[in-house]
Design a protein around this ligand. Sequence first.
Ligand SMILES: *Cc1c(COP(=O)(O)O)cnc(C)c1O
Length: 394
Amino acid sequence: MLAHGRPYLAIPGPSVMPDRVLQAMHRPAPNIYKGALHDLTASLIPDLKAVARTRHEAAIYIGNGHAVWEASLSNVLSRGDRVLLPVTGRFGVGWSEMAQGLKVETEILDHGFSQPIDANRVEAALRADHEGRIKAVLAVHVDTSTSVRSDIAALRAAIDAAGHGAVLMVDCIASMGCDRFEMDAWGADVVVAASQKGLMTPPGLGFVWFNDRADAARASADLATRYWDWRPRANPEMYHEYFDGTAPTHHLYGLRAALDMIVEEGIENVWKRHEILARMLWAAVGAWGADGPMALNVPDEAARGHSVTALSIGSPHGDRLRNWCEAQAGVTLGIGLGRVPADGYFRVGHMGHVNAHMLLGVIGVIDAGLKALDIPHGAGAMAAATQVMVEAIR
Ligand SMILES: *Cc1c(COP(=O)(O)O)cnc(C)c1O
């Protein structure tokens, strides 16, 4: 009865599409051989580098996050190489499966579901690699299934402390344009992201940023194939206007609008907004959980991502609550990905084009759902959230 009106897809990607992005895409097909579209594509590269905080290279692919997982691996590795994966959730596992599919050996350091990457374990594993078989360390900045966020600079320090030559590759698909990320300052060599999360553009574009150390690995990578090769993509002179074949025309217009929005807001402000919205939600969960089964998945606040929050609520309340919120209030929450039983968990996406009234709306809807479904919960969630908001902007 109350679900009609503008829906809110509060899942951790694809995220909410800004009207400005949609309007930028609503246009006739452009000429792909010359003119405006070519200039527009060239204009994206500096802004993509700025979002990742790098002065190195950026390549755009037609594809989703899985595509750039594969693209990044194929530019660095050869068949039979070994990679080290400190895993904090389902997406780390997914990247390892992609590597295995390329006949790359994987060494997984399982960190469970609620702990960030332990740089000491990574350092120890690299020190034990006497033959130098590990070619890369693959880390997920924010694992979307658990909402665990890891310290990437600490990983660089661990690799250096071990005196190891492994390339540091980071999946920022859930964090780019949401959580602070500093590719160059933190020492990441390869970074991947996709369009449909913090970058507020429909699914279909993937991005790989890489530095000179990574490109040196590219020189001997026998998995590098013509389509995934990052060199021509990062160098339009070598390539037909950035793309092999037809450019993803309308996505490029959408991305241009999204990057304009990020530039206008300022990346520091974008990060701050995500942080405050996340803390508002966490405060609400604290109030609910004070007298009931709901709990944040990640105990340590410093290890929580700012774009997605994973919660436990006890089976089968997760599914009941999600279904109620969608049917009764037009809010779609994320499923409990990679957890058993899945219906004991849910996730809230607060990434990209999300502001205070949307987040407060989600909190109010969850509060109503808990009451309607007789799921035990503590009082005062909304007051706790607004308190965080007011203090943060005072
Ligand atoms: C969404 C996501 C992926 C997968 O991206 P797809 O576009 O769905 O292939 C990988 N890693 C992380 C951290 C993600 O959030």
